[in-house]
Design a protein around this ligand. Structure first.
Ligand code: GAR
Length: 218
């Protein structure tokens, strides 16, 4: 079975990137991170990639606050295509992608988000969950569509919100689950076991000898 080639987009700390690199190297995920791209020149994610011997590229995002410039998006698409990635993983990438980029990688683009979507889309969502008073929060891996945090859900993991939790404690509890389910989602994708019906992702059962199909239907 061919290993899945991953392109990772990250803006910051890069702990999810690190979890993907570690899962790949430990053999629990049949995928390799082949390129890491950041919109932040000093991102720790780029440092982690270089340390692991993975191509690490900074692409200047342009003047807009939340979006990338057209030039930046073109450069990112070119880098990912040149690296022949099968799947693009957003791992703490803090820019909203244009419909053009989303369509280019249709159903080959996934994101990890630190809440149980559709609750708490957007930013600083662990703090919002605490302030709202929810008793459970968690994380979501979803395919990226043209909306913000709206795409079909692949896997979710729930964690309890505990008495006396601070934002940082909840961040860390959720992060631990993020690292687990992101690699799991990549593995399911690589095994060709994810099918999308409307906005529902179905996970096909494991079939011996049939793993590794690269068919991803919509
Ligand atoms: C993670 O918690 C990820 O879910 C979140 O940013 C953090 C990045 O951490 N992403 C979003 O909020 C996207 N809307 P990391 O850089 O250590 O992986």
């Amino acid at each position: 079975m061919a290993r899945t080639r991953l392109g990772v987009l990250a803006s910051g700390r890069g702990s999810n990137l690190q979890a993907l690199i570690d899962s790949s190297r430990e053999g629990s995920m049949d995928a390799d991170v082949v390129v890491v791209i950041s919109d932040v020149e000093t991102a720790q994610a780029l440092v982690r990639a270089r340390k692991a011997g993975i191509e690490a590229r900074f692409v200047g995002p342009g003047p807009k606050r939340a979006h990338l410039s057209e030039e930046a998006e073109s450069a990112i698409i070119d880098l990912l295509d040149e690296s022949k990635v099968d799947l693009v993983c957003l791992a703490g990438f803090m820019r909203i992608l244009s419909p053009r980029l989303v369509r280019h990688f249709r159903w080959r683009l996934i994101n990890i988000h630190p809440s149980l979507l559709p609750a708490f889309p957007g930013l600083r969502v662990q703090r919002k969950a605490l302030e709202y008073g929810v008793k459970f929060s968690g994380c979501t891996v979803h395919f990226v569509d043209e909306g913000v945090d709206t795409g079909p859900i692949v896997i979710q993991a729930a964690v309890p919100v505990l008495e006396g939790d601070t934002e940082e404690k909840l961040v860390q509890r959720i992060l631990k689950e993020e690292h687990r389910i992101y690699a799991e989602a990549v593995q399911l994708f690589g095994e060709g076991r994810l099918t999308i019906e409307g906005r529902v992702v179905r996970v096909l059962p494991e079939r011996s000898g049939d793993a590794g199909s690269d068919e991803h239907r919509s």
